[in-house]
Design a protein around this ligand. Structure first.
Ligand code: G
Ligand code: MN
Length: 399
């Protein structure tokens, strides 16, 4: 039998307020292990269901709301990673614990990339599993509360039931997306130093690049999006772009954890020495472990690094210290109206001075007027970018 259920009714020995029955799905082909897990996890208010292969698991996952999925990695007709993918396609917030008797680095990396909560090598101690399950159910409850709060505030058009829809819109956006390129000008020579590659969408329901990035985050697909961007930019560099031009590429901090970024066969690798990876100050990089080891591998391949949106986000020097960038990009909020603001001029002048000492070059972003351009040049910025110098455009037929 592919599917088995055991329930103990809620409220029997609950010490806190009664809540809805919580459902756990166990995906395990070994009957003995499945039954042992079922016994171990059965508790008042918890329903434990078992699927013994990938097909049965998928059937349950698309029809039932689960609060936790515990899956073996090796299954008939699927892997635990396939199960994880199915979960992510339909139930964004459900925690997934993967178990294996034979852990490998590759599956562990893939599991973490797809958002597995925990990768448990077998055999595990019952207490260890129970503790993980308690934590996971707690997170699941938290996710549900957050969804309710969102619904109350009238936001969050895509409820969890709509995730399949969001996924298909995201897939269409990936298929139709293209890269715009905006020139970055060297101020001394007035020549184009390079281009920032900017994502553009043709999907009417996700019209702005931020919509696409937001959908990718909600669907745990930021790495797939990053991979597609690198493919398109690689094609542009292979195609019409002049060989001397640098390309500035925005990297989501989570992409630093994507093994494909470091893959020799990555479409960007042949051009690495002309590529500047921009990491924004707006999101915390502290969540990425081993940043310094990762950036040193990227530098070994020839990439340079830039801190993006300086002055717009997190205060402090974290991104300077961890990334040791070759370039910083001053956010347009500091540039806007700089000709009329002494404070902005002083801040930019200090940034330029500091960067000179650290041998970091400075790009001023968002230049919209001749006056702004004159001032940032006079203050010592080496490069500038903005509508005044060139709008993002379909320059290299990258689509
Ligand atoms: O965060 P980041 O610097 O990567 O953002 C770049 C974004 O800023 C792009 O979406 C681009 O279209 C936009 N942009 C580029 N130049 C200008 C400009 O001069 N003014 C304004 N308002 N936006 C700009
Ligand atoms: Mn940028």
């Amino acid at each position: 039998m592919a599917i088995a259920t055991s329930t103990i009714p809620p409220g029997a020995a609950a010490d806190d307020a009664p809540r809805e029955t919580e459902r756990i799905l166990i995906v395990e082909d070994d009957d003995g292990v499945a039954r042992a897990l079922q016994r171990l996890l059965a508790a008042p208010g918890i329903q434990v269901m078992v699927a013994s292969d990938g097909a049965a698991a998928t059937e349950l996952l698309v029809s039932t709301r689960f609060d936790l999925v515990i899956s073996d990695i090796h299954l008939p007709g699927a892997t635990g990673v396939d199960i994880l993918r199915t979960v992510r396609a339909y139930h964004l917030d459900v925690p997934v614990i993967l178990m294996t008797g034979n852990p490998t680095v590759d599956t562990a990396i893939e599991a973490v990339n797809l958002g597995a909560l925990k990768y448990l090598p077998k055999p595990f101690k019952p207490d260890e599993l129970r503790a993980e399950v308690r934590r996971a159910l707690g997170l699941s409850r938290l996710a549900r509360l957050k969804r309710e709060a969102l619904r109350l505030s009238g936001e969050g058009a895509d409820g969890p039931g709509d995730l399949a829809g969001l996924m298909s819109r995201f897939e269409r956006a990936l298929d139709g997306m293209w890269m715009a390129f905006q020139p970055i000008v060297e101020l001394r020579t007035k020549k184009t130093f390079g281009y920032e590659a900017l994502l553009r969408s043709r999907e009417p329901s996700l019209p702005s690049p931020l919509d696409v990035i937001d959908a990718a985050e909600r669907l745990h697909q930021t790495r797939r999006l990053g991979g597609r961007v690198r493919e398109l930019v690689g094609a542009a560099m292979n195609g019409g772009m002049e060989d001397s031009a640098r390309v500035f590429l925005n990297l989501h901090p989570s992409e630093l954890l994507d093994p494909s970024l470091y893959d020799e066969r990555s479409p960007m690798m042949p051009f690495a020495s002309r590529v500047v990876l921009e990491v924004t100050e707006r999101s915390a990089i502290e969540s990425v472990h081993d940043v310094r080891a990762r950036t040193s591998v990227l530098r070994f391949h020839g990439y340079s690094l830039a801190v993006d949106d300086l002055g717009a986000g997190y205060a402090g020097l974290t991104s300077f210290v961890t990334l040791e960038p070759e370039i910083v990009k001053i956010d347009m909020s500091l540039v806007r109206g700089i000709d009329a603001s002494r404070t902005r001029r002083e801040i930019v002048a200090s940034i330029v001075r500091l960067c000179e000492e650290l041998d970091i070059r400075v790009v001023a972003e968002g230049i919209e007027t001749a006056e702004e351009l004159t001032i940032v040049h006079a203050l010592g910025c080496q490069y500038a970018q903005g509508y005044h110098l060139g709008r993002p455009a379909d320059l290299f037929n990258a689509s």
